[in-house]
Design a protein around this ligand. Structure first.
Ligand SMILES: [Zn+2]
Length: 175
C-alpha cells in the first residue's frame, strides 16, 4: 500500500539528504498500533529518478507492506510529478487531475484546465506536487500517477502484491 510522505524536497535534495531515513511511521496504518507486528521493512530503489529510495514498513498481522512515497514522485511511474505535469499540459485530459478537481469542488468550483488551476493556486509550475498535498486525504481514491489508486479499463481494482523487492511501487486498493 502506498502512503504519502509529505515533503517539499526536490528529487535531487531527497537523494542528497537521504531523506527516506526521515520517512517514518509511528503506528500501523491498518491497526493504529504496533502489536500487530508492525515494523520498519528497509527501503527499495525506484527505477527513477536516479538514486531515489523509498522507505517501507510491514504489518505481519495484515500481511501488508507500506511504501512512503515522497510528494515529488509519481505513483507507478519513474518520472517526477513535475515531469508528468509537463506531459499533462500537452494532453490536458489527465483523468487523475479531472478526478481531483471533481473531488475538490470547494476549491475549484468547475473543472478548469491546468493553467486555470495553477492561476487559482498562485503557482507557475509543480501543480501536481501541490495537488498531492492539497488532496492528501483523497489519494487512495485518485488514479495514478497523482493518486495511489489503479483500476483496469473495466473499473476493477488491479491485484496487489503484499510484498515486493525492487521495481515499480505496488498498486494500492482504491478506496
Ligand atoms: Zn498492523
Amino acid at each position: 500500500m502506498q502512503l504519502r510522505f509529505g515533503t517539499n524536497l526536490t528529487s535531487e535534495q531527497y537523494v542528497s539528504q537521504e531523506s527516506w531515513r526521515n520517512a517514518t511511521l509511528e503506528r500501523c496504518p491498518l491497526h493504529g498500533e504496533k502489536r500487530c507486528g508492525f515494523r520498519a521493512h528497509g527501503t527499495y530503489g525506484r527505477k527513477g529518478p536516479s538514486g531515489v529510495r523509498i522507505a517501507r514498513y510491514y504489518c505481519r498481522k495484515g500481511r501488508t507492506t507500506f511504501s512512503l512515497l515522497p510528494d515529488f514522485a509519481a505513483a507507478r511511474l519513474s518520472e517526477t510529478l513535475a515531469e508528468v505535469e509537463e506531459t499533462v499540459e500537452l494532453v490536458e485530459s489527465a483523468s487523475s487531475l479531472l478526478a481531483m478537481v471533481t473531488l475538490l469542488p470547494e476549491l475549484f468550483g468547475i473543472a478548469p484546465r491546468l493553467a486555470a488551476v495553477r492561476l487559482r493556486l498562485g503557482i507557475e509550475s509543480d501543480l501536481l506536487v501541490r495537488l498531492r498535498a492539497v488532496g492528501a486525504s483523497k489519494l487512495h481514491a485518485l488514479q495514478i500517477p497523482l493518486g495511489f489508486c489503479q483500476r483496469s479499463r473495466s473499473g476493477a481494482v488491479i491485484g496487489t502484491q503484499p510484498q515486493h523487492k525492487v521495481g515499480p511501487d505496488p498498486a494500492s486498493h482504491c478506496r
